[in-house]
Design a protein around this ligand. Structure first.
Ligand code: 13P
Ligand code: SF4
Length: 355
């Protein structure tokens, strides 16, 4: 399958930070730290809203303290359903902003506000606005991995678990779509739905590292394995998948497919939940472009890795690293997000049953 051909927009080079090196903690230190955090969460009437790519210690703590571990769609929904006054979003900045936009009365904290996303970074508001203005006859659909200001310019926000049905719905109404920022996800949606789409030229630096030639080799070694691919991966990797889907959809596939082995092309943080929910299955990481020093992300998002027990405790103690969204931007961004949530409710798109 040919590579996507997004409109001729510049490809932005994104500065990818090195993975943070957190000091090793002994089991006793980890247990003591977790117990202090549990107490702080109670004292502050706070819950953890964690993504599947974060440190397993954070994921397990989120679950055992009444928070959630989820994909972007469910993280957004959970914040609106909990009674807690403070949401501590362990993930990347757009997830914290979405939580704040949907819950302006709640305090939204993150362990590190510098945790961004290459898709968000690669879609500056002014250039994106100019792109939209140049195509006024298109419905603007943006991926969740964007800034609040970009969402404010959009008609719809979608996450990877709901992009296909939303675009199918719009295409059935005869709408032409302007899609941003992930060209790979956009091209996948375009191919499956047949919708007419103009694509922004952005990509995820983590998923772009999965390479088709290397995946072919691993598949030959494990011919009975099912291949699970997140749609932020390039076309020629997606083309080899048995299942293409959001993090939740890939986790569900490990439980539901009869295969014993799975080759998984997404961030390695997802293995914690997959092992918890399907301990008898064998999980094989899909190969990336390089290894060790030659590998930029090594299948682990450097921004997700900025979330750790240590800075989580700090943010609960100090209350800094708080998300704020300008009211005028919030008022417009909430429309595109709420449209997606209403659509998900109408279609009965729910979370993983067992989490
Ligand atoms: P999901 O919504 O599928 O969890 O994806 C979020 C993300 O950033 C993937 O890289
Ligand atoms: Fe963004 Fe990719 Fe990290 Fe997801 S994995 S947050 S898309 S950089």
């Amino acid at each position: 399958m040919a590579n996507p051909s997004p409109v001729e927009l510049p490809i932005r080079s994104i500065a990818v930070p090195p993975h943070p090196q957190w000091p090793e903690l002994s089991d006793t230190e980890t247990a003591a730290l977790k117990s202090r955090i549990r107490q702080l969460l109670k004292d502050r009437n706070a819950v953890l809203v964690a993504h599947y790519y974060t440190d397993p210690e954070l994921q397990s703590l989120a679950e055992e303290t009444g928070g959630t571990v989820a994909d972007s769609l469910e993280m957004a929904r959970f914040g609106t359903e909990t009674k807690a006054e403070t949401l501590v979003v362990c993930g990347v900045r757009f997830m914290g902003e979405t939580a704040k936009i949907l819950n302006p009365e709640k305090r939204v904290l993150m362990p590190d506000l510098r945790a961004t996303c290459s898709l968000d970074e690669g879609c500056p508001t002014d250039e994106f606005t100019a792109f939209c203005d140049a195509h006024p006859d298109h419905t603007v659909v943006v991926y969740a991995n964007t800034s609040a200001a970009v969402k404010a310019r959009a008609d719809w926000m979608v996450t990877s678990s709901i992009a296909l049905p939303v675009v199918e719905h719009l295409a059935a109404r005869g709408e032409k779509i302007l899609w941003a920022p992930d060209k790979h996800l956009g091209h996948y949606v375009e191919r499956v739905t047949g919708a007419e789409m103009l694509l922004w030229n952005g990509a995820c630096v983590v998923h772009e590292e999965f390479k088709s030639f290397a995946l072919e080799r691993v598949r030959r070694l494990h011919p009975d394995a099912a291949v699970l691919v997140h749609p932020e991966a390039p076309d020629d990797v997606v083309d080899q998948a048995d299942v293409v889907g959001s993090t939740t959809q890939l986790i569900r596939a490990v439980v539901e497919l009869p295969n014993r082995e799975f080759i998984v092309a997404t961030d390695a943080g997802i293995f914690w939940k997959m092992r918890q929910i399907a301990p008898d299955k064998i999980l094989i990481p899909a190969p990336t472009a390089g290894e060790g020093a030659t590998c930029e992300s090594c299948a682990h998002c450097p921004w997700m890795a900025m979330n750790a027990l240590q800075n989580l405790e700090q943010v609960l103690l100090t209350g800094d690293q708080e998300i704020h969204v300008e009211p005028a931007i919030r008022a417009r961004a909430v429309v595109s997000i709420q449209r997606m949530l209403d659509f998900a409710r109408e279609r009965g798109i729910r979370r993983l049953a067992s989490t």
